[in-house]
Design a binder for this molecule. Structure first.
Ligand code: SF4
Ligand code: SF4
Length: 440
């Protein structure tokens, strides 16, 4: 529904694209979502549950509730993990509701840290050049200044919040992924598939090794890989924090870039990015010029585990001895409904002992920048996750989203656990390499 055809429910959603009436009124108050909601489980208050938040959003949309501090706080206390949507018998698209509410808040400029967020979304994530410049500075800091500050004891006098941020920030890669590869990479055998690869914004500078593993795994599976130089951030961080204008701008840029490449698939190894690129059709459904192209890109987008299962990927032959467990990233299991593919992929590796994790699909508390802006809540959620992980007795925790990897690694380190945290594609690549070694 456009803002010029407002129903009585849409009194105050003036500036942003608003959810349809049927989405706003779909909740039938059954309460089935309450036990799966991490924030409700923390505080036990109705307004911090999915059902309670839907009611708040509806009241706000109808103009009966303004953007009060409590309203804003609730919208950002929510992790946008979408566990509630998975269990909802009425099919409420909760993500769409909370993101529309956040867009409303963003427009009002009332949230704390608004200008800082705006700076990052608009000035940093829109330009790989600026992002890489900042990443280089951070790398210098992490390599040289951080150890020095620790050595001279300065960490004891700088604000705790800053110390935590440094500890949570993943290490910047020694070499950025896009600077180590050509735009087009060919397998040694005749290619069977032509795929585009989203190298990502943070993946490119902080998780270059996982991108490299993804590239090698795809090559091993007869893929010709195009990694367009001009690609941009997928826009998910901006959209999840209410800046739809910039998210749409980034989406249009990526659509133009990937659309002309004549691809069989666009393969992505970060759950948050693949989930969002699958939403391009929904995001741009009101844009006549981009509607069709966006739907095409949505149709081509694949999470890497999903893609490998679809093409019946090559199974490693030599045993790779390890005991592993798997955490479902919310944007994989709840947003994309992908849970079997990563497990099947992991279990296909000979020698791997797989242990199912209790509450595997319970959020880890990372949730984009949630762990930075709501550290205490995030840590309570993480503690529950880490407790379950430690009970598996695994050597390696696997998960398909960089945010979860960083968060869980932080939790395990705090618990003094030596357990490794790894992307399933890295494990698969190690198993391939092991098979090749044993062949020689
Ligand atoms: S499960 Fe769905 S319908 Fe039931 S209360 Fe929650 S959001 Fe509403
Ligand atoms: S998205 Fe997650 S935290 Fe937010 S209401 Fe739903 S289950 Fe709760």
């Amino acid at each position: 529904m456009s803002s010029d055809t407002k129903s009585p429910l849409h009194h105050s959603f003036a500036q942003v694209e608003i959810p349809d009436d049927d989405i706003l009124t779909q909740c039938m108050h059954c309460g089935l979502c309450l036990p799966v909601c991490p924030t409700y489980s923390l505080v036990g208050i109705e307004r911090s549950s999915p059902r309670g938040r839907i009611r708040l959003i509806k009241e706000n949309a109808a103009g009966r509730l303004s953007l009060t501090e409590t309203f804003i706080d609730e919208m950002y206390f929510c992790l946008d993990c979408q566990a509630c949507a998975t269990v909802c018998p009425a099919g409420v698209n909760y993500g769409q509701l909370v993101e529309a509410a956040r867009a409303q808040i963003y427009e009002s400029k009332k949230e704390s840290g608004f200008w800082l967020k705006k700076f990052f979304f608009r000035q940093v994530f829109t330009s790989f050049k600026r992002l890489k410049f900042l990443a280089r500075l951070l790398r210098l800091y992490q390599k040289w200044f951080e150890p020095f500050l620790k050595r001279i004891g300065l960490f004891r006098i700088i604000p705790e919040r800053l110390v935590r941020m440094q500890e949570l920030a993943p290490r910047i890669s020694d070499h950025f992924f896009d600077e180590t590869i050509s735009e087009k990479t060919l397998p040694t055998e005749q290619p069977k598939y032509r795929v585009g690869m989203l190298s990502g914004c943070l993946m490119n500078v902080m998780f270059a090794d996982i991108n490299r593993d993804t590239l090698e795994v795809l090559l091993h599976n007869y893929c010709e890989i195009i990694t367009p130089r001009e690609q941009v951030c997928c826009g998910s961080l901006a959209a999840h924090n209410g800046d739809f204008e910039i998210a749409k701008k980034l989406a249009r840029q990526n659509i133009d870039i990937f659309f002309r490449l004549n691809l069989d698939a666009i393969v992505i190894n970060s759950a948050g990015c693949s989930a969002f690129m699958k939403e391009y059709a929904q995001l741009l459904h009101g844009d006549e010029k981009y509607r069709e192209k966006a739907a095409r890109i949505t149709g081509l987008t694949r999470d890497v585990h999903e893609f490998l299962m679809e093409i019946d990927f090559k199974k490693p032959v030599s045993p790779f001895q390890s005991k592993v467990t798997y955490h479902d990233a919310c944007h994989l299991v709840h947003t994309q409904k992908i849970s079997a593919a990563p497990r099947d992929l992991i279990k296909s590796i000979p020698g791997v002992e797989y242990v199912e994790l209790d509450e595997a699909s319970w959020c880890c508390g990372s949730a984009g920048i949630y762990n930075l802006i709501r550290y205490n809540d995030s840590m309570k959620i993480l503690d529950r996750k880490v407790k379950n992980i430690l009970q598996t007795g695994a050597d390696i925790l696997l998960t398909g989203n960089p945010g979860c990897m960083g968060q869980i690694a932080y939790g395990l380190k705090k618990a003094n656990s030596p357990m490794q945290v790894m992307h399933p594609i890295t494990l698969l690549n190690l198993a391939y390499k092991n098979s090749v070694r044993n062949d020689q």
